[in-house]
Ligand binder design. Structure first.
Ligand SMILES: C[S@@+](CC[C@H](N)C(=O)[O-])C[C@H]1O[C@@H](n2cnc3c(N)ncnc32)[C@H](O)[C@@H]1O
Length: 204
């Protein structure tokens, strides 16, 4: 099964609150976005946003230049349905991030929670980083959350890569200044725990 079919099946068979990565609000992501910019015109993209409520929360706070990209149209449809009329103010992209065509030097903030770690081939990771470098403005911020060194080795029946701060920063290279990193324990709806690593960087 290809990646798109896999994720469409996940989102067709499980309610938003039943997936292991569910959190009612992405508190750490929101805090880091506030640290990056309180300017409500900041261009923000959520990569692999899925059905997460990050876009709703940012919209309610008044951010008005929001984009969500996901490989699954099913996930995008659920998020759009939840937002109702407000969804018309969001730029939605159904695409594989390793192939996506995004505007050049456009985004002030790039956010990814639990997507990059599914890229198990170096060639896909390189394509991802190329897209960050191309579409984030110089001086813009990159917020990455992956499974940490003690996180699971699989998610949604797919293998994942786990990272410590240095390993994740090495994937991005010298064009990115690491500002902060931290680990967080995520409690899944099934009652298990998963270690996440958050890295907050600035594009030089
Ligand atoms: C574990 S979920 C995380 C969802 C959301 N970021 C959150 O924290 O709730 C991974 C998401 O990445 C999407 N995804 C997986 N591979 C992708 C790719 N290559 N390009 C774009 N989206 C992808 C999936 O459809 C799914 O919505």
């Amino acid at each position: 099964m290809n990646q798109k079919a896999h994720w469409d099946k996940v989102y067709s068979t499980k309610p938003a609150e039943a997936v292991s990565w569910f959190a009612p609000h992405l508190e750490t992501s929101l805090k880091l976005i506030h640290t990056a910019s309180t300017n409500k015109d900041a261009a923000i993209i959520d990569i692999g946003g899925g059905e997460s409520t990050l876009v709703d929360d940012l919209f309610i706070e008044g951010y008005r230049n929001l984009s969500v990209l996901d490989i699954s149209q099913k996930a995008i449809d659920v998020a759009k349905g939840r937002m109702g009329q407000n969804a018309n103010a969001i730029q939605w992209h159904c695409a594989d991030i390793t192939q996506a065509c995004l505007p050049e030097a456009y985004f002030d903030i790039w956010h990814d929670r639990a997507v990059f770690h599914f890229l198990t081939k170096q060639s896909d990771r390189d394509r991802y980083v190329e897209r960050v470098k191309r579409s984030v403005k110089h001086g813009g911020y990159v917020i990455m959350a992956t499974f940490g060194p003690e996180g699971p080795t699989q998610c949604s029946d797919l293998d994942v890569e786990r990272y410590d701060t240095q390993e994740l920063h090495d994937q991005f290279g010298d064009s990115f200044e690491l500002l902060q990193s931290s680990t967080e324990i995520h409690r899944t709806p099934m009652g298990t725990t998963q270690q996440f690593l958050y890295c907050f960087c600035r594009m030089k």
